[in-house]
Design a protein around this ligand. Structure first.
Ligand SMILES: Nc1nc2c(ncn2[C@@H]2O[C@H](COP(=O)(O)OP(=O)(O)OP(=O)(O)O)[C@@H](O)[C@H]2O)c(=O)[nH]1
Ligand SMILES: Nc1nc2c(ncn2[C@@H]2O[C@H](COP(=O)(O)OP(=O)(O)OP(=O)(O)O)[C@@H](O)[C@H]2O)c(=O)[nH]1
Ligand SMILES: [Mg+2]
Ligand SMILES: [Mg+2]
Lengths: 291, 281
């Protein structure tokens, strides 16, 4: 473990004096390794380690814990601080219906997450409309319809029209029927696919979603930042949902994406069932990243 | 002399960064960096081209899978040739299976597809569309059916009706969920019962955007299925899929196919040279 590796480095310090520069530098090498192994972005790791160096060197060695534990503590606290506050709430304030738009790369978990969010809001007595705006993937509309039926929430689909029209039509219907929340499930797409990214901007211009959430696979590696930045640039995201954190992925992409976009992680997906959605806890993700 | 040293340090760090950003992982990046430093000691002022050449050679060396490729093509004597597809949630299995179905159909095979994902909403409907596009037949049961039973039916039907290739889709699953991995082991056993020698090929579908967790995925799926290879999907994105380097090194698993898009023909056989070029681009 990282703590054990740091213990070795600091074993010569014997609990007195200050954390010297040489031991701290060695410790930083270990920390850098741990973060890279956890899929934190290379540049984010570089900045992070530089920040730790500043706050660790010259710190008084505490007598109550080992220097290794002390440094882990510094790293952990800095990770939690960077990951942001406890789950930022859904942006309820504003005109109804609240439109939530889910976007992201292929297979990240958008359709399932759309249904999970619907389930969460239904439990809070909100009237929900799930919108099948993915016209490309075979049986995508069926997939969302099945989930909507399971949840007994409203479902909107339209054949032979582009996604933007599906979304504007859905919001019109939601406004007429006094629906509280409209959740738009969009098709997975590459951030480098210009026409598909344009499509998203078009949908956003058409229905002005108050929540624009990136659904990001928790196992994503160094590429997370490239994709997140592009989606953020186009849509000015209001948050991120990280999925598939019920496996053993360390989830370093969370730190990378938060550090680079500054956008809050609002929820995490922890399973395939519709109740497997949890509010984001920076402390838990920090421990996970540190391994 | 010191500016030369600083320049060299900087160049080495840049190259190491590129490798790590390609998801090859720290261990492989360090091995390559060490080799570069060694090269720099013995060769005076190499050009950037030469350095990239050293990296290219290193990567190709690291990717040389010691395991010989298995039945690379379906042979008559084993017909039907059975391929089992597995992987974590959303990696691209169903779409990749569609591409493989099309590939084998174009080569003149009669292809049978088995819808052994009986769990996820509209999984069978999705696969049915791919089978139809590929010109393959489909065996499916009601949602919630036992996946092993569907796999068994598909293989048995293929034997009876003279299909030469069977492709079995399975549900996405996290490799850390023991009961789901046991389910996969059961599918494999049952398929073997239906047709001796089957599955002739077990493929792990990996998403090229996945980071170091792919190594854990490969390890655990390999334990359960004795994988024959990897189908690396979504390489048409910006992720380089470098994680196959540690996987090949550690497990000796060859990459057999690349998924290069969402269309049925967006499939390429793996070429280490082209893959490394794309990684160094
Ligand atoms: N284990 C696990 N699986 C998840 C989670 N979220 C989604 N999934 C699964 O991931 C797979 C892909 O989910 P989808 O909802 O189809 O993903 P998508 O982003 O809509 O995919 P595209 O529309 O093709 O881009 C499915 O098997 C889901 O059940 C999660 O938090 N944990
Ligand atoms: N760009 C790109 N997208 C791909 C590729 N392969 C699959 N996809 C997309 O990835 C998403 C998920 O593909 P699926 O085939 O449903 O993945 P899966 O592994 O079967 O998913 P589950 O069964 O839910 O675990 C879909 O949107 C596909 O179109 C590829 O090579 N390139
Ligand atoms: Mg979807
Ligand atoms: Mg599938």
């Amino acid at each position: 473990t990282l703590t054990a590796r740091l213990e070795d480095i600091f074993s010569k310090l014997q609990g007195k004096g200050k954390l010297d520069e040489k031991s701290v530098r060695e410790a930083l090498r270990e920390i850098r390794l741990a973060l890279l192994e956890a899929d934190v972005n290379y540049r984010v790791v570089k900045d992070f380690v530089a920040r730790i160096q500043e706050s660790a060197v010259g710190e008084e060695v505490l007598s109550s814990i080992t220097p290794g534990q002390q440094v882990v503590g510094i790293v952990y606290r800095e990770l939690v601080r960077l990951l942001g506050d406890e789950a930022e709430p859904i942006l309820w304030k504003g005109p109804m219906p609240l439109v939530i738009m889910l976007v992201g790369l292929q297979g990240s978990g958008k359709t399932t997450t759309a249904a999970k969010v619907a389930s969460l809001l239904k439990a809070r007595n909100k009237k929900v409309l799930l919108v099948a705006a993915d016209v490309y993937r075979p049986a995508a509309v069926d997939q969302l319809r099945i989930l909507a039926d399971q949840l007994e929430v409203g479902f909107y689909r339209m054949d032979d029209v582009p996604p933007k029209e599906i979304c504007t039509g859905a919001v019109e219907r939601a406004t007429r029927e006094i629906v509280d929340v409209v959740i738009l499930d969009t098709a997975g797409r590459l951030h480098i696919n210009e026409p598909m990214m344009e499509e998203l901007s078009g949908i956003a211009a058409g229905v002005k979603p108050r929540e624009r959430l990136l659904v990001l696979d928790g196992m994503t590696g160094q590429d997370a930042v490239r994709a997140a930045q592009e989606f953020d640039k186009r849509l000015d995201l209001t948050g991120i949902i990280m999925t598939k954190l019920d496996g053993d992925a360390r989830g370093g992409a969370a730190l990378s994406v938060r550090a680079v976009t500054g956008k809050p992680i609002k929820f995490i997906g922890v399973g395939e069932k519709l109740e497997d959605l949890e509010p984001f806890h920076p402390s838990r993700i920090a421990s996970r990243i540190l391994g | 002399r010191t500016t030369r040293g600083a320049e060299r340090e900087h160049a080495l760090e840049e190259l190491e960064q590129r490798l790590i950003e390609a998801d090859v992982g720290v261990e492989a990046a360090v091995i390559i960096r060490d080799r570069l430093e060694e090269y720099l000691r013995t060769s005076p002022g190499p050009s950037l081209e030469e350095l990239v050449g050293v990296i290219r050679k290193q990567l190709l060396d690291l990717m040389r899978a010691p395991v010989p490729p298995p039945l690379a093509e379906p042979e008559e004597r084993v017909a039907p040739y059975v391929v089992l597809i597995a992987g974590v949630n959303g990696s691209g299995k169903t779409t990749s299976l569609g591409k493989l179905a099309r590939h084998y159909a174009k080569e003149g095979h009669r292809v049978m597809v088995g819808a052994a994902d009986t769990f996820r909403a509209a999984a069978v409907e999705q696969l049915a569309i791919w089978a139809q596009r590929a010109g393959a037949d489909l065996v499916a049961q009601k949602p919630g059916a036992d996946p092993a039973s569907v796999a068994f039916d598909a293989v048995t039907a293929a034997k009876a009706r003279g299909h030469s290739v069977v492709l079995l889709d399975t549900a996405g699953r996290q490799h850390t969920k023991v009961n789901l991995m046991n389910e996969l082991a059961k599918i494999r056993r049952v398929v073997n019962k239906a047709h001796s020698g089957a599955p002739h090929e077990s493929l792990l579908v990996l998403d090229a955007t996945v980071g170091q967790n792919a190594v854990s995925q490969a390890r655990l799926f390999h334990e359960v299925l004795e994988l024959d290879g990897i189908f690396l999907a979504k390489v048409d994105g910006t992720a380089k899929g470098g994680v196959v380097v540690p996987i090949i090194r550690e497990l000796g698993l060859p990459v057999r196919w690349l998924g290069v898009g969402e269309g049925i023909d967006d499939i390429e056989p793996f070429s280490p040279e082209r893959f490394v070029e794309a990684m160094l681009a």
